[in-house]
Design a protein around this ligand. Structure first.
Ligand code: MET
Ligand SMILES: [Zn+2]
Length: 747
């Protein structure tokens, strides 16, 4: 028998109902009971939609008020010590209730959002840190930092990173999943529960072990087995028939250590269930509930035979991104008493499904579908093409540039955007609705830009930006100004928490029709010269690179992606050259998404690196050696992509890293030892409303100065300022600039 189902359903709602609800709760406009019932309504309407589409199962557990990894962490009591301490009273009540089998979900709500968003100004945490690592994390005078974020595999969604240690006390303390299941059942749905599998969960966890330095985070699977089993028994008792364990980690290169714990957990979970049931006095303790192993985003590759030996009742195969599974031993060795789940619709893109193709896959599930990975015939393959390379190497360019720019040591700059204020958003909306004219809108944008220049001159920042007020989104803006793109009204994709983006669609050949940023950048530069009466004040041109434009769009799939990259790169190159011709001498081409595009399997890395690196170089290397090229990247393990970054050959790289407390760059020194061009490691976290203190900035800069050459270091926030308020930006930049100036005098 063939059933139809989905692995999960978008949680945000077509009109971002969830975002609005959650933000209203944060702003105190909606009460906790209203939040709860609002969320229930959103879930229920998704189930209705799944049912009316004719699916045989609905899913529960795929919904989340903020993030599904955070949900998993909360469910199993993974609360970092700083929050345990802060919420001691609340947690004591929760734990004592749990001990008497009472689970009050509402008691978790504020703790949950605090982990996600941090807490401002918490005096009680002052001077309570143990060891340097904790000190960094405590933001002594600035409250409690939220959990870090990490990209969800190769997508642009950000998950939170739970913190575990040998002291983690895993226990089942939150039953929201069971409650959701019961709700769906009451509404008459046949629901499958979706949970993040332990290995994927641990992949997202960060080990903060001060006690046990050699500890291996995956070994925590041994401890987690108990709490997972407890949860499963509760779901089974509630009448749940299927559990889907999401383990997309299987689509990555997994080492023997991960393999060992993957095998350990799923081999032993049945036994654990039986033991717990026996202890509970259940007579018929054999497992009734069924397990589906869901791997997606790629193929099982060499883990397939191991996975097939484990006691799962069904397996999901991603036949869109994991085509290789089809060709392998899949159907040859597949036991007929196991359910097979075939992912034949591309859930990550918007193209209407080719049902003839799906039929072919279904009918002859054994046939190999060749992987279209032909990157040939593109200029991006030809490393030595002069169009891809600057004529001088970095050191020689640096000499030329330092003579021209005369920047001080530790030059200060920002990443580009300035606050998208309520007023600005109102103007944009009015303009989009046709309530104000283009001239009125432009007048406002230019006024804001001028004010931003004045503001930065007052602050004394060394390299200015125009503020990016004219763009709502760094990809959408370029999409709107090039051919081959179209936009959607409701194609929302969750980025993190309540934040959503609306990726454009690339449906045809891309080219630039007109200059896109020239006018406003030139305006900003002229204003800067006029106001300061100083030709040495420079405004950075601000563009988005081809990789990020591709990663954050729905891309046509009828030509190889390197073709699309090549076309976008030519368009950006034209813009770069126009800026340069008009006196812009520092140009930043942002590539925040470069890491997330890296294929999950290393065997596919080189093809990606080729088009990604060369796409960036084609965009930027047409300039004179005197022109300074910056790039910016976020959310990356920079050590991991160091060779790729070096190949990009930029003059200055600014990176997000303050959420990782500079550890990636300072402790694990690969990066510092091997990267010798200009570098601006984000000196504070713009994602948090907390103002970084001078002391904190000083400590970080001092740490950086120990590992980087002083004339290579730039001082900047870790990402754009657009989500902050003007006041927050002002105070943060003031502190940052003051510290840079102080330190400059000392080194
Ligand atoms: C996500 S990276 C953002 C870079 C962009 N220039 C900005 O400042 O917003
Ligand atoms: Zn960024």
């Amino acid at each position: 028998m063939v059933n139809t189902t989905v692995l999960g359903f978008p949680r945000m709602g077509s009109d971002r109902q969830l975002k609005k609800l959650v933000e209203a709760y944060w702003n105190g406009k909606v009460t906790l009971p209203e939040l709860t019932s609002g969320a229930q309504k959103i879930r229920a309407s998704s189930w209705d939609q799944m049912k009316s589409l004719g699916l045989d199962f609905v899913t529960v557990g795929d919904f989340s008020l903020y993030d599904h990894i955070l949900d998993t962490a909360i469910m199993f009591n993974v609360v970092p010590p700083r929050f345990q301490e802060h919420f001691k009273n609340e947690l004591d009540i929760i734990y004592s209730e749990v001990a008497s089998n009472t689970f009050d979900l509402s008691k978790w709500q504020d703790i949950y959002f605090a982990l996600a968003r941090g807490i401002e100004n918490n005096k009680s945490t002052q001077n309570n840190c143990v060891g340097e690592q904790d000190c960094n994390n405590q933001k002594k005078d600035g409250g409690l930092p939220s959990l870090e974020m990490k990209k969800w595999f190769d997508t642009n969604y950000h998950s939170l990173v739970p913190e575990i240690s040998s002291e983690s006390d895993y226990k089942l303390v939150n039953l929201s999943l069971v409650e959701e299941f019961e709700h769906a059942k009451k509404l008459g749905h046949n629901a499958r529960a979706v949970i993040v599998g332990p290995i994927t969960f641990l992949y997202y966890c960060k080990l903060k072990d001060s006690l046990n330095e050699d500890s291996n985070k995956y070994s925590h699977a041994k401890k987690l087995i108990k709490v997972y089993a407890e949860l499963i028994i509760r779901l089974e008792n509630a009448g749940c028939e299927w559990i889907q364990f999401d383990e997309p980690i299987l689509s990555t290169d997994i080492d023997d250590n991960i393999k060992e714990y993957f095998q350990y957990f799923y081999k032993n979970i049945d036994l654990e269930l039986e033991n717990q049931k026996k202890n509970l006095g259940v007579v018929n303790y054999k497992k009734k509930i069924k397990f589906l192993l869901a791997n997606y985003f790629g193929d099982y590759n060499d883990i397939l035979s191991l996975a097939l030996e484990l006691p799962f009742d069904g397996y999901h195969f991603d036949l869109v991104y994991g085509k290789k599974d089809l060709s392998e031993s899949l159907f040859r060795n597949y036991s007929t008493d196991k359910v097979i789940s075939l992912g034949i619709i591309d859930g990550r893109n918007i193209w209407k499904n080719d049902s003839a193709e799906s039929e072919t896959i279904l009918n002859a599930a054994l046939k190999y579908i060749p992987n279209i990975s032909a990157i040939s015939g593109s200029i991006l393959c030809d490393e030595s093409n002069p169009k891809l390379n600057r004529s001088l190497d970095y050191q020689s360019r640096k000499k030329l540039q330092s003579e021209i720019f005369k920047l001080p040591l530790l030059p200060t700059t920002s990443i580009g955007s300035f606050p998208q204020t309520l007023e600005l958003r109102k103007y944009r909306q009015q303009y989009k609705k046709g309530e104000i004219t283009k001239d009125e809108y432009d007048e406002f944008i230019y006024k804001k830009t001028e004010q931003c220049i004045q503001w930065q001159l007052d602050l004394g920042i060394d390299v200015l930006v125009h503020g990016e007020y004219e763009r709502n989104d760094m990809v959408e803006f370029f999409g709107e100004n090039m051919t081959g793109f179209t936009t959607t009204k409701n194609g929302w994709v969750q980025s993190y928490g309540s934040r959503c983006v609306k990726p454009p669609i690339i449906y045809a050949d891309v080219s630039r029709v007109r200059p896109m940023t020239l006018e406003i950048t030139k305006f900003a530069q002229d204003k800067a010269w006029e106001i300061s009466n100083n030709k040495n004040i420079r405004v950075k041109g601000m563009l988005t690179g081809p990789v990020t434009i591709i990663q954050w769009s729905f891309v046509r799939n009828d030509v190889h992606i390197s073709r699309v990259a090549e076309q976008i790169a030519y368009a950006i190159r034209e813009e770069v050259l126009d800026l340069e011709k008009n006196g812009i001498e520092i140009i930043q081409v942002d590539e925040p998404a470069i890491r997330e595009g890296l294929p999950l399997r290393s065997e596919n890395h080189e093809v990606y690196k080729k088009w990604a690196v060369n796409g960036f170089k084609l965009s930027t290397s047409g300039v004179k050696n005197e022109t300074m090229i910056h790039t910016h990247m976020c959310y990356s393990d920079f050590n991991e992509i160091l060779p790729l970054i070096k190949r990009m050959d930029t003059d200055v790289l600014t990176v997000e890293n303050s959420k990782s407390d500079l550890k990636l760059i300072t402790e694990n020194c690969d990066f510092a030892e091997n990267y010798h061009a200009g570098i601006g490691p984000g000196i504070y976290d713009v994602h948090s409303p907390i103002i970084p203190s001078k002391k904190e900035i000083y400590t970080r800069l001092a740490a950086l100065l120990k590992v980087f050459e002083k004339d290579a270091l730039w001082v900047n926030p870790d990402c754009g300022n657009k989500t902050r308020t003007e006041e927050q930006v002002d105070l943060s930049l003031k502190n940052m600039i003051a510290v840079a100036k102080e330190l400059r005098a000392l080194i």
